[in-house]
Design a protein around this ligand. Structure first.
Ligand code: GLP
Length: 241
């Protein structure tokens, strides 16, 4: 696990964008795994700026997002579908049919999970998976206790995760209770993974991750056995390491 230590959020966003851009340029047909949450917003902003100014193209890129709230309409401003359109897809040249998120509006969530897993497998291996980390060590929406063998599945969100994400909603009751997420095994099949962490609220999780003990009670620790992981984290996130 390589750790790139940066000063602050601005530097983290620049480094993360640089990491992705280098790979898109090298492999314009890449399969890119994407994450949502507050952490990658700065990276997306940098990618959009680069697209406008330097013209990096995503015409042949295929993307798969990690997760989506269950039961939230795609048009809801808090769906990860809306997030991705707003943060990235509406501002670059990626064709609509090449972007994928689990469909939280699906009537049969179980079936949707199977189909999403299959779509990823059919596309081939994800070349680079971008990840954030929850304060409790979740990756995607894989909460503590999730099997490292899990594939795309439906989860009940931890109260701590709902509270952490309540900042985007008018109140806690509006935060969905369930989500569809790539499983840990799905994430681990990516050729390369880049995990981003910023701020003090991630310091405990980063300390536990870098302590180096794999345990299902701490989902991010699955990454310890992946051969190609880069962590980009700022000083605040690494202050307990
Ligand atoms: C969310 C997302 C994760 C994200 C994490 C951290 O609930 N499902 O994919 O990485 O929690 O979010 P943030 O970057 O806002 O701290």
């Amino acid at each position: 696990m390589d750790v790139i230590r940066v000063k602050d959020y601005k530097e983290l966003s620049e480094q993360a964008a640089k990491f992705v851009l280098e790979r898109v340029k090298k492999n314009p047909k890449m399969i890119l795994g994407l994450a949502t949450g507050g952490t990658p917003e700065g990276m997306y902003e940098q990618l959009v700026t680069d697209h406008r100014t330097a013209g990096t193209s995503y015409k042949q890129v295929t993307t798969f997002n990690l997760d989506e709230y269950a039961g939230l309409p795609r048009k809801d401003r808090n769906s990860y579908y809306s997030y991705m359109r707003e943060q990235l897809f509406d501002h670059i040249d990626i064709p609509n049919d090449q972007v994928h998120l689990p469909n939280g509006e699906a009537e049969d969530w179980q079936e949707e999970c199977l189909q999403y897993e299959q779509a990823i497998a059919e596309a081939g291996q994800v070349d680079v998976q971008v990840l954030g980390i929850g304060g409790n060590g979740h990756i995607g929406f894989n909460e503590p206790g999730t099997s490292f063998d899990s594939t795309t599945h439906i989860v009940t969100l931890d109260e701590s995760t709902r509270k952490a994400n309540a900042r985007y909603f008018s109140n806690l009751d509006e935060v969905p209770t369930h989500a569809l997420t790539m499983g840990i095994q799905t994430i681990m099949r990516a050729k390369e993974i880049v995990l981003l962490a910023s701020g003090e609220s991630k310091a405990d999780a980063m300390a536990r991750l870098l302590q180096g003990e794999a345990d299902e009670s701490f989902p991010a620790s699955a990454l310890l056995s992946h051969p190609n992981v880069t962590v980009i984290a700022d000083e605040e996130a690494l202050k307990k390491v």
